[in-house]
Design a protein around this ligand. Structure first.
Ligand SMILES: NC(=O)c1ccc[n+]([C@@H]2O[C@H](COP(=O)([O-])OP(=O)(O)OC[C@H]3O[C@@H](n4cnc5c(N)ncnc54)[C@H](OP(=O)(O)O)[C@@H]3O)[C@@H](O)[C@H]2O)c1
Length: 299
């Protein structure tokens, strides 16, 4: 049976915004948002309750979470560990049944993602949450998606390697490796699906995607649709990953190392995002999309 009362933390972020929209648009849930005291978030829907909390105050969190059935967390990587652990503890004391922690990327539950330093906050949360679920006090569902497709095509740091306005592309290891990738709206739909049929996805690590593709497949369509030949830069993704991961292991969590390690995890020959066509998308009711149509929409 579907959950009815759910809590969302991080509704204004890159993935939080489409997740919040999907939850609201589904019309299925009574939604409460928990925000930091300094947050400026307001929901497009007046029925969403927005409560400002101190995430370090356990009792305040417990009182706010009481009466709710599930929590979804979509806060960024840097902030995620302490806040998620606090939310897990408070959810258990408040009687919340299910948590979807903020992953939404590389599969960090199997190798190679399981040992990449960049995802160490996720590994620590995973260990903590699976320990609690093994003790029978809370359930979890994780959702991993590969790089965000329509967001990653146009963000200024060129997550997927394309600078579309300037007709430039960075191809990693020749651009032929295939990887799974999801539109951000698909991620929102997957959260709605988990909360609608929670029993089916109890204590499961889900992998979803709209496409299993390579950079070269995207490039071919981009060149056709823009009528331009892109200027190509070739990059050794294995070396980039090695250097960035070494920096992170030294404790240097700066933007170049974070980006290098994230890109490396996607595009290096280890291929932490390539789980293939047969993932959990169908069991979540997610329809496959047409690549050219989605590229045209994104650009
Ligand atoms: N696969 C990909 O391509 C990809 C890309 C990006 C992110 N991700 C993953 O998606 C997840 C979310 O990342 P994101 O980039 O969407 O995050 P983000 O944009 O940095 O998230 C910001 C949101 O989190 C809230 N927030 C931040 N710190 C908080 C804290 N300490 N306590 C409570 N709320 C806090 C913000 O609320 P206020 O500002 O309103 O307080 C805002 O709603 C992460 O696991 C990340 O690794 C994956």
């Amino acid at each position: 049976m579907s959950y009815h009362k759910i809590v969302h933390i991080g509704p204004s972020g890159n993935v939080g915004t489409p997740v919040h929209k999907a939850l609201v648009d589904s019309g299925k849930f009574e939604i409460t948002v928990l925000s930091r005291k300094e947050s400026k978030f307001t929901s497009s829907n007046p029925s969403v309750k927005v409560i400002k909390v101190d995430f370090t105050n356990h009792q305040e969190l417990v009182e706010t979470l009481k009466g709710n059935e599930a929590v979804v967390i979509t806060i960024g990587l840097r902030e995620v560990e302490a806040t998620t652990k606090a939310l897990i503890d408070a959810s258990i004391d408040a009687g919340v049944k299910r948590i979807i922690p903020g992953e939404f990327g590389v599969d960090t539950h199997t190798q190679p993602g399981q040992s990449q330093t960049i995802y160490s906050p996720h590994h620590k949360i995973d260990e903590y949450l699976t320990g609690k679920s093994a003790a029978g006090v809370i359930e979890y569902t994780t959702i991993n998606t590969g790089p965000f497709f329509n967001w990653g095509l146009i963000v200024p740091h060129h997550l997927l390697g394309f600078d579309i306005p300037n007709k430039k592309a960075t191809l990693y290891n020749g651009g032929t490796l295939r990887w799974n990738t999801s539109n951000v709206e698909t991620i929102g739909a997957s959260v709605v699906s988990v909360f609608s049929t929670p029993e089916k996805f109890k204590n499961k690590n889900l992998l979803i995607s709209d496409f299993y593709i390579s950079q070269k497949e995207i490039l071919a369509i981009l060149e056709e649709e823009t009528g331009s030949k892109f200027e190509i830069t070739e990059t050794d993704a294995d070396k980039m990953e090695e250097d960035a991961e070494a920096g992170l292991r030294r404790g240097e969590w700066n933007f170049p190392n974070i980006l290098g390690a994230v890109l490396g995890s996607m595009f290096s020959s280890k291929g932490a995002c390539g789980w293939g066509e047969n993932d959990d998308s169908a069991s979540l009711g997610l329809e496959k999309k047409d690549l050219r149509t989605e590229i045209k929409k994104a650009i």
